[in-house]
Design a protein around this ligand. Structure first.
Ligand code: PDD
Length: 281
């Protein structure tokens, strides 16, 4: 395997950043994960637009023009022979002697790009069985709309889920409303049969898969309602599913030990997933 690190393609085993890299020291960095499907980067423009927004929100200058970045992503995919899988990219504020304030004079941003293949059969098994989840208090900062690598709360939540025999953690805000998953956005089909997800305020990441799924729903004639919903409403829902770049649209069949509906994946999630790649770009 190969990775791109600050201007070089290196063997994955040797790929490293400096100990003074601000991504390492402060999580002073943003990232993107894109799905690769049949050799194409799914929703590339939307991912790059969000990267630009994340960089702008934390005031990191883009490391290079977009076309050059795309060239590197494609080269990493080619060198790793990935045609179905994912590409990861991370931009940090760069390397400088440890000091909380931005380096002055400004240093060059660091860029790391990696890629890996993902098994379609493993994904198919998950879609068929659905996953379990647990709820956890959302103790993250107030700007989780920025896709930063500061993911410690997400790491701890997902570990808690794993130790409870589940595959995703569902964050719940102080009002008892669901925000999102540990690495996914969350959707329900409510008791009235409406497809519902939380509005993309600063309390969730505006997922690219979430945005594209709205296009998919529109194409299928399924109305989407953006509103907050409680844990109680989620547990009573007809369906619950999560969306993200690597999972697309994955049913949740049990939460905190309660079965959702009949405990099997729902039809809406399946319809949306089946139509997804005809709509995604
Ligand atoms: N996670 N919410 C959070 C907290 C996420 O980390 C992610 C993505 C999403 C879904 O966003 P998108 O549809 O753009 O992937 C929502 C990525 C995949 C990760 O951290 O691996």
């Amino acid at each position: 395997r190969f990775a791109y690190v600050n201007g070089r393609y290196v063997r994955h085993a040797d790929a490293a950043v400096h100990i003074d890299d601000r991504g390492f020291l402060f999580a002073d960095a943003v990232y993107e994960v894109c799905q690769i499907r049949h050799g194409f980067i799914v929703d590339l423009t939307r991912h790059l637009d969000r990267l630009d927004r994340s960089l702008g929100e934390i005031r990191i200058r883009p490391p290079m023009p977009r076309a050059a970045l795309v060239g590197i992503m494609k080269e990493v995919l080619r060198r790793n022979r990935v045609s179905d899988g994912m590409v990861y990219l991370q931009v940090t504020r760069g390397t400088a002697r440890r000091d909380h304030v931005f380096p002055s004079p400004e240093v060059r941003a660091s860029l790391v790009v990696t890629a890996k293949s993902l098994s379609a059969s493993v994904a198919a098994e998950k879609y068929a069985s659905g996953i379990k989840a647990v709820t956890v208090p959302d103790n993250r900062w107030e700007r989780v709309d920025i896709k930063t690598v500061g993911l410690l709360p997400n790491v701890l939540a997902r570990q808690q889920a794993k130790e409870a025999g589940a595959q995703e953690a569902i964050f719940v805000d102080a009002e008892g409303n669901v925000t999102e998953g540990g690495a996914t956005n969350l959707w329900i089909v409510d008791k009235a049969g409406r497809l519902v997800t939380r509005p993309a305020d600063r309390a969730i990441l505006r997922g690219i898969t979430r945005t594209t799924l709205m296009d998919v729903a529109a194409k299928l004639g399924i109305a989407v309602e953006e509103r907050r919903f409680s844990v109680a409403e989620m547990l009573e829902a007809r369906e619950v599913f999560v969306t993200g770049a690597t999972t697309i649209c994955l049913p949740v069949v049990a939460i905190d030990g309660h079965a959702i509906a009949n405990g099997h994946p729902g039809l809406t999630a399946q319809k949306l997933r089946d139509a997804f790649f005809a709509v995604a770009e």
